[in-house]
Design a protein. Structure first.
Length: 256
């Protein structure tokens, strides 16, 4: 079964571009450095002061008003160095647990990346034992990221779509459709219209944890809240859901 899940071919010109909604008031963002600290400087017309935050994808982010002073920014960063080092360190640990330049975790199993560069060759990914072989026409960071992320998304879909159908039948509930995305704050969500949305980054998690997220969202088809009745329904189909919640909490996202 695993071998059927781990195969992917991406033909040039067929990849989909990801789209992200811009936050309200956001005008533009520029990558900057202060001493040994790298950060993304974002200008927000609604901001009234300097603010630091950690973004799962962008890392350290500094939000400022339209009018700012670079010397003041440098002092602000220097003053908050301890906070920055602590939280950037935590984010780095989380990311490295899931993926590094040489390894990647899929369904909680760790695989070694083996990269083959063949000019003019269609991008392919295949699995053999604990090695993920990635063949690309050119080994650029953007190319590698696009190929790997598309593979991860397809792999997540191949597990989650049929599993959701199985669990829905078991729970005697229905849903309208399933969507996938890479969300910054949630592993999954359920809309009142019956649409279930899952973060394809769940592909890194153990299947039991993925099942918990599916059960959680399906339970919302009966209870659109987090009441005692909702959690009782979740527990009925996942008695170890508290343990699975802890895995998700460790990696910084919530379940809606």
């Amino acid at each position: 079964m695993l071998d059927s899940l781990f195969s992917f071919t991406n033909h040039p010109g067929r990849s989909k571009k990801s789209t992200q909604k811009q936050a309200p008031g956001m005008s533009h963002a520029v990558q900057k450095n202060f001493e040994d600290i790298s950060y993304l400087h974002t200008i927000n017309t609604r901001a009234r002061s300097y603010r630091l935050k950690i973004d799962p994808n962008e890392g350290l982010v500094l939000v400022t008003p339209t009018r700012y002073n670079q010397d003041q920014i440098n002092r602000f960063i220097a003053t908050n160095r301890a906070w920055i080092e602590t939280h950037v360190g935590k984010l780095t640990q989380k990311k490295e647990f899931l993926e590094t330049d040489t390894t990647i975790r899929i369904f909680d199993a760790l695989f070694t990346k083996h990269i083959i560069e063949i000019p003019g060759h269609a991008s392919t990914i295949s699995l053999q034992e604990k090695v993920l072989t990635i063949t690309v026409s050119e080994q650029t960071p953007t190319k590698m990221r696009n190929v790997i992320e598309r593979f991860l998304q397809q792999t997540a879909e191949q597990y989650i779509v049929p599993r959701t159908k199985q669990l829905a039948e078991k729970m005697h509930t229905e849903y309208a459709r399933i969507k996938f995305g890479q969300h910054k704050t949630q592993w999954g969500s359920c809309h009142s219209n019956g649409t279930l949305t899952f973060n394809w980054r769940l592909v890194h998690a153990p299947t039991q944890v993925i099942d918990y997220v599916i059960i959680h969202e399906l339970a919302h088809r009966t209870h659109l809240n987090h009441s005692a009745a909702f959690w009782a329904l979740v527990a009925k189909f996942d008695p170890k859901y508290e343990t699975h919640k802890q895995w998700l909490k460790r990696y910084g996202l919530s379940v809606g």
